[in-house]
Design a protein around this ligand. Sequence first.
Ligand code: ZN
Ligand code: ZN
Length: 319
Amino acid sequence: MLDIVLLGSGGGMPMPHRFLSSLLINYKGRKILVDCGEGTQVSMRMVKWGFKSIDLICITHGHGDHILGLPGLLATIGNSGRTEPITIIGPEGIENIINGLRVAVPYLPYGINIIESPKKLLGISVLLKGMEVREIIHEDFINKDMVISTLELDHSLPCIGYSLYIPRRPKFYVEKAIFNQVPRELWKRLQNGETIIYKGRTYDPSMVLGDKRKGIKLSYITDTRPINTIPDFIKGSDLFICEGTYGDNRDLKKAIKNKHMTFAEAAKLAYEGNVKKLLLTHFSPVLDEPEIYIKNAEDIFMNTIVGYDRFTKTLSFSC
Ligand SMILES: [Zn+2]
Ligand SMILES: [Zn+2]
């Protein structure tokens, strides 16, 4: 199970009723923050999910509306008593940007590990002290709590999208293990995906496990034009969070010029990616009531929600 709260749904500048881009994810009591625009920590205070348990921060790009909340938030996390390091992932150039912002908060009681422009999948393990982030080697993701992948987007700065996948282990069948004459002492290791040679016989996980089961997938795409690598990247997402900077179809020219999307373009991606639900966010400051344009998205992809600050949702395994 995964809980999300959209802390800020605005693009450009913060408005009285709308803070800037930020999403908070809660998994097993540990937190991942995606983007940190102005207002993020105010919104976090309102939802009361806590600051100390943020282990990982994923930044899409270096525009102010996605990162200017970071120095203040890092200081607040420090005041919460955290001493364990935090990992920050971001596109090319993120280390420079973080170092610049750190001038305002030079002394923090915890370290920061930066992963710039990751080329491999990242596996997340939830440990007692928090989340551990490691590159995935040998496709061993069934033993990871979560897998994060990134995609280069088309914006006016280097920008990456994120997808988070929580794998679900196949069911363990005692009957199957007994039927296949698998020694009891090997059950646990086979359940963990190991193949074992024992007393001259090879045992593999399929001898004790059922069929593959679908996990939970969440994807987050902002800011970008709708490039053709996105549908594959978001394929089958339970929730696809996507920028819809402009609601009105007549703003397409502006969207192209400013490297953003209209609601209709985001909906087309949702349709092509065969996702379950689309959550629109990152609204232009002039878009006072984005919900009045929902039909422009629904005409293409029915299962659309127009996001708002502190919109919350729980994603669960399907069956
Ligand atoms: Zn933006
Ligand atoms: Zn931007």
